[in-house]
Design a protein around this ligand. Sequence first.
Ligand SMILES: Cc1cc2nc3c(=O)[nH]c(=O)nc-3n(C[C@H](O)[C@H](O)[C@H](O)COP(=O)(O)O)c2cc1C
Length: 198
Amino acid sequence: MTRSPISIVGVSGSPTHPSRTTTLVRGVTEAFADAVGGTATVIELAPLLGELGAGPFRSQLGPNVQAALEAVEAADIVVVGSPAYRATYTGLFKLFFDHIGQYALVDKPIVLTATGGSERHALLVEHQMRPLFGFFQSLTLPLGIYGSERDFENYEITSDDLKERIQVSISRTLPLIRSHIDPETYAAPATFARPDAF
Ligand SMILES: Cc1cc2nc3c(=O)[nH]c(=O)nc-3n(C[C@H](O)[C@H](O)[C@H](O)COP(=O)(O)O)c2cc1C
């Protein structure tokens, strides 16, 4: 039986457009899609801000938010990203994930990404984002990707360091993702790239 292409869905929790976080999420989502031969879709939460405020229950939210929630729940791999706001993810990011089904992300591979004004809050990926997806019992992939404002110019990734981090994240997690999504085809032991920089 042929399997439908692996779907990779990115979620950018920035309330602004354009957004460095959206650039990063898009870059990582498309890079993962290229690597696994899958489809890439990016959901920006900024235009959904009004709809997300419609009420406390999912049934009260508008059709655009409903479609976004369903796309994330149906994805094979989810790439999440948020700007650092007051040393954590944005309220918008949390508001969206408050409406995701409690068990909809169990065992789902999640790639954690974030951007910030400086490197000072880079650990928000480990200290705030990873526990949130621990609640969902997701498979958060080992290497998070954080970019600071200096890594971007005109909302494009310009730093070689950040580009390399994306590639390292992919090469290290690809065997894990493949064996998780399609264990019969990818039963071989994983070989991880271990560059000195990490
Ligand atoms: C309200 C607000 C709070 C912020 N708080 C932090 C922070 O605590 N730490 C940090 O490194 N950057 C902080 N920043 C800077 C943003 O995280 C940074 O500019 C980010 O790259 C913006 O992403 P975006 O272009 O996707 O919106 C803050 C920015 C705003 C507007």
